[in-house]
Design a protein around this ligand. Sequence first.
Ligand code: MG
Length: 261
Amino acid sequence: MIILRSLFAGLLLFVNMCTVSAQPAPNPVIAHRGAWKKSGLPENSIASLREAIRLGCYGSEFDVHLTKDDVIVVNHDDAFFGINIAGATYEELLAKKHANGESIPTAEAYLREGMKQKRTKLIYEIKASTAGKERTLELTRRSVALVRKLKAEKLVEYISFDYDACLLVHQLNPRAKVSYLTGDKSPEQLQADGLSGLDYHFSVFEKEPGWLADALKRKLITNAWTVNEAATMQKLLDQHIGFITTNEPELLFSLLQEKKR
Ligand code: MG
């Protein structure tokens, strides 16, 4: 009896240790332009990436552009505080700073920061260039080369509204995860073209009610952006969406926590 009891106690201790030491379960939370809203940080800043990592998000999304002198920088809009990125040198962009004192991050600095850990994926959005398709494709080639140089392949997942950029990433690195953003291609088409998934505005899944289930059946990555309302998050979770990109990662985490209870 004593032996049984101590065995049972040992088993309990083991289970407890496993629970404590285990990595948090994978979650569907992708912070849109980093986690910035609740914390009052600038979007697409290194600080917002650190915050997304601190929250334990599955991924932290960010946007990249190519300067005139071929430096890849992280910013959402085509312009950084009024300076058109495609028409400016990196040096020229350093004239302006984010509210927290950061300069515009280079993609290299951003990736290096993300590589200090392994849990949160770096969701790398290739932006179409205002200087034309060839510059978009040049940005794509340089992006894949940069990720390769840094050995960040396992941490980076690509997304783009530009279908040619998506196809080129796949061509340059067939093992890379690449999802398309625009919402005008069926899961069948994406799969036929070798892409990994669809990352569509949540309204697309309402307009095309069969696409989410079909994509899941095809084992494609499924993601919806940019979902900031609890009711929409819940609806997508109920439909078993893979990931949700949000400005409110804390809200999505609290919803998932409630679901567990
Ligand atoms: Mg983006």
